[in-house]
Write a protein that binds this ligand. Structure first.
Ligand code: NDP
Length: 332
């Protein structure tokens, strides 16, 4: 990728046994943005992008059209957006390694990071491992994903204008997504496996009062149904009380049964909130600091609330600035 007159070619990467200023773990919008900022601050970041099953690029790699990322008035395909973020991070001198980190020794600095056969050392770590939407796990779900089944109403809702939709789940996310989807859908049916909701009363009441939302209680999706273009046109619902099944026609399915932050590497070391998301300091300074000095977290792994590409990118920027200032403060 070419350099502009104002951006000199990046320095060669340090040898593998050198202690790096910062190692970034994870490669969604948060990780790439953190890398871009660290690289432009001459920190020569090393990023472990992940490898199957940790898709490099994160959740956007499985998102079709992104219409709400600023700067793209005509929308952008999720994978294209990630390619651009990656190229921008690389251009300023991020070393990208397509491997998944298997272990980090947080007990002393520099931190020791293992990924496959590689061992690297970093003065600071930025955790940007993201979260994974939970899917139902029914047999033909893989064929339905991105062909009428989605796990993100904010990302994909507008593509379902004028259709009848199903939302699966009984928590706040399901209520919020169903309510949001009524902007586009002619009708939304909330399918929940029990006869009472987990959602907070205020969110549940809002959904219940919405004339476009109907509830299907004690019901689970057994499988997806497809039209001859292999696009979802219904689901098979099973009543868990009676065992009866029915074909339920719909023009799209939103699975809203929660997200799982990708925190396996940090169990017992980094503090988490009651939902399992990494805890960061928050506030105006050092917002992305975790409980371990020198370890910072950004993006969905520490955010159960906003969960947007743009907020993840924003917190990646914060993490990079936090690292830069922390390294300066501790005299590196
Ligand atoms: P939750 O874990 O709260 O709810 C998940 C829902 O999905 C539950 O109703 C659960 O059923 C159902 N479910 C789980 N697995 C399956 C399955 N395999 N098949 C069918 N149904 C299933 O997750 P949310 O994402 O809704 O919320 C996560 C957190 O984020 C919560 O703390 C929530 O309050 C918060 N949040 C807040 C919002 C706000 O305040 N605006 C918006 C969105 C989320 P069951 O009830 O039977 O367990």
């Amino acid at each position: 990728m070419g350099q502009s007159a104002s951006s000199p070619a990046p320095l060669p990467f340090p040898p593998k046994d050198a202690v790096r200023d910062v190692i970034i773990v994870g490669s969604g919008p948060a990780g790439y943005t953190a890398a871009l900022y660290c690289a432009r601050a001459n920190l020569q970041p090393l990023m472990f992008e992940g490898d199957i099953p940790h898709i490099p690029g994160g959740q956007l790699m499985i998102t079709t059209e992104v219409e709400n990322y600023p700067g793209f008035p005509d929308g952008v395909a999720g994978p294209d957006l990630m390619e651009k973020l990656k190229a921008q991070a690389a251009r300023f001198g991020t070393e990208l390694v397509q491997k998944s980190v298997s272990r980090i020794d947080f007990s002393k600095r520099p931190f020791r990071v293992e990924a496959d056969d590689e061992v690297r050392f970093g003065k600071a770590i930025i955790v940007a491992t993201g979260a994974t939407a939970r899917w139902l796990g029914v047999d033909n779900e893989d064929e339905a994903r991105n062909r009428g089944a989605s796990a993100c109403a904010t990302c994909d809702g507008a593509l379902f204008r004028g259709r009848e939709l199903v939302v699966v789940g009984g928590g706040d996310t399901a209520m919020e997504e169903a309510t949001f989807l009524t902007r586009f859908a002619t009708k939304v049916t909330l399918v929940h496996r029990r006869d009472s909701l987990r959602a907070s009363k205020v969110m549940a009441d809002r959904a219940a009062k919405n004339p476009k939302i109907a509830f299907k209680w004690n019901s689970v999706v057994e499988k997806y149904l497809f039209d001859d273009k292999k696009y979802v046109n219904g689901v098979v619902l099973k009543d868990v009380k009676t065992g009866k099944t029915e074909n339920f026609p719909c023009g799209g399915v939103f699975v809203a049964i929660g997200h799982k932050p990708n925190t396996e590497l940090f169990h017992g070391v980094l503090d988490t909130d009651e939902n399992g998301y990494l805890k960061t300091k928050g506030g105006p300074k050092g917002a992305t600091m975790t409980n371990v000095t020198g370890v910072f977290a950004c993006g969905d792994v520490q955010d159960s609330y906003y969960r947007q590409a743009v907020t993840a990118a924003g917190s990646g920027c914060q993490a990079a600035i936090d690292v830069e200032r922390w390294l300066e403060a501790v005299g590196h």
